[in-house]
Design a protein around this ligand. Sequence first.
Ligand code: FAD
Length: 107
Amino acid sequence: MNCSAPDVGTMELFDLFATDAECERWLVPLMRDDIRSAFAMTEPEVASSDASNIGTGLRIEGDEIVVNGRKRWTTGALDPRTAFSMVVGVSDPEANRPPEVDCADSR
Ligand SMILES: Cc1cc2nc3c(=O)[nH]c(=O)nc-3n(C[C@H](O)[C@H](O)[C@H](O)COP(=O)(O)OP(=O)(O)OC[C@H]3O[C@@H](n4cnc5c(N)ncnc54)[C@H](O)[C@@H]3O)c2cc1C
């Protein structure tokens, strides 16, 4: 059915944010099941269920993004058909964190 994790979420991210050229290069073959993708979010150093803890740095240098961090449990990372990986990282460490949610208040 070509609906395995993480490919469907990856397809949705392309639909929302990618350029036409990026969609042509990556999304079309992914939807055709010619390739697979990986989604690299979880990190060994932090509680990764809260995305605001993610520490992998994304530094923009000219036309490139320098990625600095460690990931684990990336489904499909070793699959020979995986052609690319979506990496979750932080481009602005000074950015505001989302407000703390008090679980007692939400009951
Ligand atoms: C089969 C499988 C496939 C996976 N594939 C991928 C993948 O493709 N890509 C990827 O990036 N990751 C993948 N993961 C990793 C998975 O997404 C993470 O394990 C998950 O996001 C939880 O992160 P964590 O292990 O750091 O646990 P933690 O964030 O440390 O959470 C552990 C427990 O503590 C609770 N908790 C955390 N913080 C708090 C808090 N402040 N207060 C109260 N409770 C808290 C959580 O709810 C949870 O119950 C996969 C995992 C499995 C099992």
